[in-house]
Design a protein around this ligand. Structure first.
Ligand code: CMC
Length: 444
């Protein structure tokens, strides 16, 4: 029998007798009925299905979790077929048009839009936790001059755990709140320090008079001017980009944060796992890979050869394809609109933009890509904007990690507050040898 009661569904209803799945185990002829709730069956309901008395029971096998929900979440809704993305029910298009990154961060973490007073307090708290301990700064100075900024970021985020040992008290709501504020506040500081480190320039301390994104630009670019004045258009473009990257439900890095966090480790350590996952080229590293790809293509005339290389599986069209979106990624549509604006502010004309636009056009006209539902994703155009802002490719994934911190923390908090949370511990299908005798090294 199932080990749980039917649960309330999405509409507040309860699964009825017809919301069940009847399974016949042809090994034994036994029939089982398992409840269907929210369009899912529970993997544990299959454990009762045994071929014999001493059988362990059926498991489900789903490498890469392509069809397995690992949690219930009320943070981000995606309809991949329709190209819809909503945070707490609000469409991404409205958030990009009318909100700010810090307000979206509040929305993700707290579950609702803040009142003016709550928003002011949130912004004040984040703005006043942007400094990092001097010892952390010193430890960054120890990295090689050419250390990858993501490698620096992931280790310094982990190192924050040693500066805030009280964060281990994850059951204390005040400690949770402080860790969330500190991480959102300090991420741009650590990111900017890693950028300055690569350039051999002195690190710039945060300027708490500036807006979150303006302060980041100041920490990147300030040289010896007494006050850095960020261009409001760049500040806003960055705000929009960061809203777009703030959360994306159960992707690789978020699953890493939830999985590591389920061990009840402190949030700095859990978030550093998220940064590590994001570092990979199939995840947050794709925007850097897109730029390298556009550099390799070099000229519009080379596009047909490049696309043939993709079809021959010698190349991958980076910035295309998505596990969830089988349609145009709504984030790519919004970013594309900002590319020209940023180029105009910076007064540059990038040949890569022409290559990217033509590449997209030709790929979308080609059955190879449309049959596989390969459309541009968020990373296809974001790198072009960052490059226009003179941000080097090595920093692109860092530019993704900063805003995704809000999403990771919202998901981490939700995971801790979920009564069903237990330590994440997948099963395996063992396919290796058994009871093999050890052979001493001299006899092998
Ligand atoms: N270029 C060429 N072919 C592709 C691509 C691509 N970018 N993506 C998928 N395919 C093909 C793939 O070869 C397969 O073809 P076939 O069925 O003939 O073997 C088919 O499309 C299905 O692909 P898949 O590998 O099963 O899809 P997936 O869901 O496992 O992978 C993905 C999703 C995003 C890892 C993949 O599309 C990819 O590697 N894209 C390029 C990297 C990229 O842009 N990543 C950023 C993702 S968005 C930001 C983020 O979440 O981090």
């Amino acid at each position: 029998m199932p080990d749980h009661e039917p649960q309330a569904d999405d509409n507040g209803g309860v699964a009825t007798a017809t919301d069940t799945l009847t399974v016949t185990d042809n090994r034994t002829g036994e029939t089982y009925e398992v409840p269907i709730t929210d369009g899912t069956v529970r993997a544990m309901d299959f454990r009762q299905m045994k071929a014999s008395e001493d059988d362990f029971g059926l498991m489900t096998y789903d490498p890469a979790f392509t069809n397995t929900a690992s949690c219930r979440s009320a943070i981000t809704y995606i309809d991949g077929e329709a190209g819809v993305l909503e945070h707490r029910g609000i469409p991404i298009e409205q958030l990009c048009e009318r909100s700010s990154y810090l307000e979206v961060a509040y929305l993700l973490v707290h579950g609702e839009l803040p009142t003016q007073e709550a928003l002011d307090y949130w912004i004040y708290a984040i703005t006043h936790h942007t400094y990092v301990h001097e010892n952390l700064k010193k430890s960054m100075e120890g990295f090689r001059y050419d250390a990858h900024p993501m490698a620096m970021l992931l280790s310094t985020v982990g190192a924050l755990s040693s500066f805030y040992p009280a964060a281990r008290r994850i059951e204390d709501p005040t400690e949770r709140y402080m860790a969330i504020v500190r991480l959102i506040a300090k991420m741009p500081t650590l990111a900017a320090f890693s950028y300055r480190h690569n350039l051999g320039l002195p690190y710039v301390y945060p300027d708490n008079d500036l807006w979150y994104t303006g302060n980041f630009l100041s920490m990147l670019y300030r040289i010896n001017e007494p006050k850095y004045e960020p261009d409001p258009r760049l500040q806003r473009a960055l705000d929009v980009l960061w809203i777009l990257h703030a959360d994306h439900e159960q992707n690789c890095s978020t699953s890493a944060v939830r999985s590591v966090g389920s061990s009840q480790v402190d949030p700095y350590s859990a978030v550093s796992a998220g940064v590590a996952a994001l570092y990979g080229p199939l995840h947050g590293g794709a925007n850097e890979a897109v730029l390298r790809m556009l550099e390799r293509i070099e000229r519009v005339e080379n596009i047909p050869d490049f696309l043939q290389g993709v079809k021959d599986r010698k190349e991958k069209l980076m910035g295309f394809g998505h596990r969830v979106y089988q349609n145009y990624d709504p984030r790519a549509r919004i970013i594309k609109k900002h590319v020209d604006e940023v180029l105009e502010v910076m007064g540059i004309d990038s040949p890569k933009v022409e290559i990217a636009v033509e590449l997209e056009k030709r790929a979308l006209d080609d059955e190879y890509f449309t049959d596989r539902k390969l459309y541009p994703n968020v990373d296809f155009y974001s790198g072009l904007i960052y490059e226009a802002m003179s941000i080097p490719p090595g920093m692109f994934t860092v530019m993704f990690a900063i805003p995704r911190t809000a999403g990771w923390l919202a998901q981490w908090k939700e995971m801790l507050e979920d009564e069903e949370t237990r330590i994440a511990r997948p099963r395996q299908v063992y396919v290796g040898p058994r009871t093999v005798d050890y052979v001493p090294v001299g006899e092998r």
